[in-house]
Write a protein that binds this ligand. Sequence first.
Ligand code: B12
Length: 276
Amino acid sequence: MKLENVTREITSAEFHSVQSILKESLEPFGFESTPLLVKWYNDQVADKFKFSAIDENSLAFCVVSVGWMFEKGFLPFVFGNECRNPRNALDESIEFYLNGASSALKDFNAVHYKDSDMAPGTRRPAFLAQPAAHVSGTAFYYHPSEIITAATDEGVPLPWGDSSESKSGVFGVSIHPKYGGWFAVRALIILRNVVFPELPFNPPVDIVQSTHDKLRLLHEFNFNNWKNWKYRDIIPVEPEMKYSKLQRKYFETEPKLRLETLQTEMYQEFVKLQKQ
Ligand code: B12
C-alpha cells in the first residue's frame, strides 16, 4: 500500500505545526488561511461540487488574499523574474505561493485548488469559494435565496425589482468581519488522508445584519457595477486594509492590457517598497 493512501489522525500539536507552516509560507505575501473539515464544505454544496473520494474528516484550509497581497506578494513575483506569461500574472503568482505552501506541507500530502481552477474534464469550478469561506468561519456568505425570502416575509421591497428574470441573475457575496469586501478567496488546501475530527467549528460572523443592508449589498454586488468597489464598503473598513489606488487601477484595466499599460507605475511602486 502506498503511504499516501493511509489515512492518519493528527494530534493537536501536529495541527498547530501545520498552521504555523501555513502562516510562515503565506502570511508574509498577503494571504491568510483558516481551517475547516471537508465534511462541513460537502454538507453545503450540491453533489457535483463535493469532495467525495476522501475521508470526510480530512483537514482543509481556506486561503484568502487581503489588500496588501498586491504589494507584498504580487509585485515581488512580477518583478522577481518569476512570471512567465504577463497576461496570466495574477494567477501565476497565486499558484507560485500556493506551491510554496503545499510543498512545505508535503509530509501531510497537501493538494491545493485555486478559485480559478476547473474540475478536470468539466467547466465547473474545482471548489466553491464562498461556501468554503463560510464554513471555515472566514467570511459570511450572503446567499440571495435566504435574503429574498426574508425580504418577502418582512415586506421589504427588492431594490432591483422582482421579475423572475432579475432573480436568477442575483449572485451571493461573502463579507469578512474585518476586511468587508476587500479580500478574495484564492484557494482550498486539502491535506489528503490527514484527519482531524476534533477541529472545533467556528461559525462565520453575520456582520451585515439587517435585511435592508443585505439587500443593499446584493444590489451593489450584482447591479451597480462592481468596479465602483462600493459593495466592498458595506461595513466600515480601515483605510489601510483596502486595496491601494494602484491595485484598483490594475483590476479596473482589461486583463490583457494590465501589465502592458501599468508596468512602469508598478515597477516604480515595487522599487519604492524595496527601499522601505
Ligand atoms: C463563475 C463565477 C463568476 C461568474 C458567475 C457568477 C456566479 N456566482 O456564478 C461571473 C463571471 C458572472 C462572475 C463575476 C464576478 N465575480 Co465571480 N466567481 C465565479 C466562481 C469561479 C464560481 C462561482 C459559482 O459558480 N458559484 C456557484 C453558485 C452560483 O452556486 P450557489 O448559489 O453559491 O449555491 C451553491 C452553494 O453555495 C450552496 N448554497 C446554497 N445556499 C447556500 C447558503 C450558504 C450560507 C452556503 C454556505 C452555501 C449555500 O448550494 C449551491 C449548490 O452547490 C467564483 C470562484 C469559485 N471558485 O467559487 C468567483 C467569485 C464568486 N466571484 C467573485 C467576484 C469578486 C466576482 C466579480 C466582482 C468580479 C471579480 N472577479 O472581481 C464579478 C461580479 C459578479 C457580478 N456582479 O456579476 C468572488 C466573490 C468574492 C466575495 N466576496 O464573495 C469569487 C468567490 C472569486 C474570488 N476569488 O473571491 N463570477
